[in-house]
Design a binder for this molecule. Sequence first.
Ligand code: SAM
Length: 297
Amino acid sequence: MDQRDEPAASAHDREVARHYDELTEDFYIKSWNPDHIHFGLFEVGECPEKGEPLAGSEEFARGLERMVEAIVTPAMIEKDHRVVDAGCGIGGTAIHLAKTRGCVVTGVNLSTRQLEIARKKVLDAGLDQRIGFEYGNCSHSLPFGNDTIDVVVNIESACHYSDRERFLHEVRRILKPGGRIVAMDWLMCDGLTNDQHEQYIRPLFEPWAMRSLESRSTYTRRLRGAGLVVVEFEGFNGKDVDNQRLVQNNYQILRGLESCGLLPAKLRRLMEKFQVLDVAWQSGCFELGRYCALKPE
Ligand SMILES: C[S@@+](CC[C@H](N)C(=O)[O-])C[C@H]1O[C@@H](n2cnc3c(N)ncnc32)[C@H](O)[C@@H]1O
């Protein structure tokens, strides 16, 4: 599907696309990682130390690929499976899967800049026979036929969607019977008071282009409501101290640059984003969650 064929994106969707169009080269590729835009999964001592830059570090790259593996392993992807990476960033997961599983992957994204970068990376890697990309809005529809896809991968993307219920119904529609969705997402913890929600969770929404966050129990209800069977759902509470350190590192590096007058205006906003995320994470009200669900036969 081409961007011109897509129904007009909502103001929120345009804001999400603007966030990633603007920051992908200036921040994510230069200062996070050239392939992946998510939190990794680290072994002791592997997460960069306080104030240490992330980009280019082999330990960081390993942690990111370990997270991809933790997410996709329950999908049991086989050679020639048709896989959709919904909210595919700059194609890092698609390339990893095509190389390690030999599957065929289509990445979907509403950031046209990220799609351009991803297409070039795939051509450079000589993987264009196995990997393709489509412009698409996962809050609206997925550009695939009914019962055609073996696995949907969805990494730290659905937190941005204005309609996760619709997304999950679309996932069920396109999956073959027995097909699986494997995902990682930003979550609020279950059982928060209104005050905790207002103090720690709501401040994340505007800076990170999100409208709401699910908790493990609301996600589980939505998955079941869409007709999917939850195979496993794991919060990273307790295991995510290193991820929290990443957030603190970024905030401190950006603050250091700002105090020397070296931080461009665009990245000043980013510094504020990491600050609210740091506060939410430290409050114990925020976590990452990983799940696998399947479409019944
Ligand atoms: C944090 S990045 C994660 C990227 C990728 N999954 C990864 O792990 O590197 C979030 C991604 O979701 C995409 N995204 C957000 N909302 C979307 C939507 N409604 N439809 C399609 N893609 C969306 C963004 O453009 C971005 O590529």
